[in-house]
Design a protein around this ligand. Sequence first.
Ligand code: FE2
Length: 315
Amino acid sequence: MNRREFIAGLGAFFASQLILPKVLAGVVLPKDLRPLRLGFLTDCHAMAEHDAPGALARTADLMNSLKPDLIIGGGDFVHGGFYDPGKTIDRRWLIADRFLRSLRQRMEPLIGNHDFYEPLQRDGTPSPHDPRWRWRRYFGLERTYRSFSFRGYRFLMLDSVKVVGGASPYRGWIDAAQLLWLDRELATIPVDQPIILCTHIPFRTSVMENFGSMMGPAPGRVRVLNSHAVLEKLKNRPLALILQGHVHTNERLDLAGIPCITGGAVCGKWWRGPNGTTAPGFGLIEIHPAASSGPSNSSVGGVGWSYLETPASVS
Ligand SMILES: [Fe+2]
C-alpha cells in the first residue's frame, strides 16, 4: 500500500466528512499499519452536581459497548481547576476516578486547563508551585506531554495550556521545552510513521468565528496561539489527524490540509444540557488503512467519524 492509495481510499470513503491530509499524498506508508478504532472522550468536568456521576456512568457503559482499541482522554477530567480550591478539586478527582476506572479500554490522557491545581495566587498571578502535579500523580505520568506508538500510528500528546494569570489566566500555547522535546522525539520517529496529534486547546476552531472579531473570549482562550511552531516541525511528516477538545463543540475542520476533529464535551454545557447544538457525548473514529489486499497488494482505506450522545437518564 502506498500513501496515494491511502488518500484515494480516504476520499472514496468519507470525502464529505474529512478533508484529506495533503501531506500524505505520494508517500509510502508502513506495511504494518492496522485498522484502528479510537474513542475520543474529552471535557468530562467531573463534579457531584447536576447528576454528573450518573451521566458519567452511562457514558462509560456506552463507550465500553463500542469496544474501541484505544481511548484518547482529551483533558478537563475534573471541573474548576483554575478557580476552585484544591479540596473541591480533590473530591472531583474521586468522581472522575470512579468513571475512569469503569472504562474497560486503555485510556491515554491529555491535560486540560481544568485539571490544573490551584495555579493562581490570591492576587491572580501564577502560583510558584507546579499546578500540574495533581494530574501527573493521578495518571502516574512524569510529564504532561509525551508520544507513544499504537498499531503503527504515533500519537503526539501535547500540553497546550500556559498559565499567565490576570483576567484571562491561561492561554493556548506550546512551551519552549515541549518544542525542544518535539525536535528530539521526531528524530526518533520513522519519517513514514503516520502521526495523530492530540491537544486539549484546539489548533484551529470555528468558535471564534461565531463571535466575530469584537466579541467573545480572547483568541488564546480557544486556540493554541503558536500552533504554527508545531506544524512547521511536522510539515514533512504524514500528519493524519488532529484531535482537540476544550470548546465543547463538535466540529470537523481543515488546517492547511490536515483534518481536525474537535470533540463535543462529555459534560455538554458543563452539565446543563447541550452546548449550542452539541449534546453531551464523545467521538468514535475509525481508521481503515488497508481494507483489502490482492496479488498487487493494492489497498483502500478511510477515516470514519461519529459523535455519540450520552443516553439520557431513564429515572
Ligand atoms: Fe472543558
